[in-house]
Design a protein around this ligand. Structure first.
Ligand code: ASP
Length: 338
């Protein structure tokens, strides 16, 4: 927090929609509360910082895609010099994807970039919106804060580690396989991890390749989806079972499909559909076999949101297989344990 003598921090609040900005209509909740109106719900924030509000779009986050991630990043880049921190209000449904995408698009930021939203709209009585907004602003004003984080229900979570794990409760997000960076209780910000700011230069990236597909295995799944995917995607992430593997049917069709995918110069990442503790393909023959034989990558403890965003970022910069591999395994904001 700023000391009483230091000037007030300047925060840019970028509104993008979500439940936090929604009102009831005959067809369900629709985002329509503007960025200026959002500020009118939190008059107490004026004692904390000076806020400028900007409306980038007003969308249910179900309707957001990689182009919106690029727009948010470019908005932050455009205003980077003029503000001490950034708070992005966002729908909760795809907030973890946007948080991951911004973590790759904006690297080594000394200034905090904070995403928040709510499970209930600002204009309903029992809402978590005001608390989440005030917490996000408090974290964005803190001198120790840097990089991309999601602040929700009193938790400060790394942008590369967040996952929506509850559809209705206020406690909607978890930090997967990595501790929460801090908690905020009764206006007190308590750090569990003091994050060090890297000496590397702040870098904004401007391209993403959206041709990334996630294939969630189910028992007995046929491999005949691969020719379809091959025409449309450059990378496939296979969410397999347990620590990881692919089915070895009598006709080896799944393994043949993987061999063909990789031979055609496309990227394949193996991960697990189990939320915690990550993959380890060396353990069982069903994983070991393909890991040894093919140039695929394994995501270990990364979240699927981070894998998708990281691949879109990497494939947006290069198509060289070696570079793709190097960058995938190189940690960004603690997305993968090294
Ligand atoms: N459907 C909403 C959205 O993601 C849900 C929310 O914000 O909580 O925009």
């Amino acid at each position: 927090m700023t000391s009483p003598t230091s000037p007030m921090k300047q925060i840019l609040l970028i509104a993008t929609g979500g439940t936090i900005a929604s009102k009831k209509t005959d067809q369900g909740l629709v985002p329509m509360i503007t960025s200026e109106e959002i500020l009118s719900y939190i008059p107490d924030a004026a004692s904390m910082c000076q806020i400028t509000a900007l409306q980038l779009f007003n969308l249910d986050s179900t309707n957001m895609n990689y182009r919106h991630w690029l727009e948010i990043s470019s908005c932050i880049e455009q205003h980077y010099r003029d503000y001490d921190g950034f708070v992005v209000t966002h729908g909760t449904d795809t907030m973890a994807y946007t948080a991951a995408a911004l973590s790759y698009l904006i690297q080594n930021s000394r200034k905090p970039i904070v995403l928040t939203g709510s499970q209930r709209s600002l204009d309903v009585k029992e809402s978590d919106a005001r608390m989440n907004l005030l917490n996000a602003l408090q974290y964005a004003c803190d001198d120790r804060a840097s990089g991309v984080h999601l602040v929700f229900d009193g938790k400060v979570i790394l942008g590369t580690r967040a996952k929506k794990t509850r559809t209705k409760s206020f406690n909607a997000f978890n930090s997967l396989d990595f501790p929460e960076v801090a908690v905020i209780r009764d206006r007190r910000l308590i750090y569990y991890i003091e994050e060090t700011v890297t000496p590397n230069a702040l870098t904004f990236y401007h391209t993403l390749n959206p041709r990334v597909f996630v294939l969630r295995l189910i028992p007995g799944m046929s491999a005949d989806i691969f020719p379809f995917l091959k025409e449309r995607y450059d990378a496939v992430v296979i969410e397999s079972f347990g620590v990881g593997g692919v089915p070895c049917y009598e006709d080896a069709s799944f393994i043949d499909a993987i061999a063909d995918w990789i031979a055609s110069g496309k990227t394949l990442v193996m991960t697990t559909q189990v939320p915690h503790e990550g993959s380890d393909m060396e353990i069982y023959q069903v994983g070991h076999l393909i890991k040894e034989q093919y140039e695929l990558m394994e995501a270990y403890d990364m979240t699927t949101e981070a894998i998708v965003a990281k691949l879109m970022w990497i494939l947006g910069q290069t198509s060289d297989a070696r570079t793709i591999r190097d960058w995938f395994y190189r940690p960004v904001q603690n997305d993968i344990l090294s």
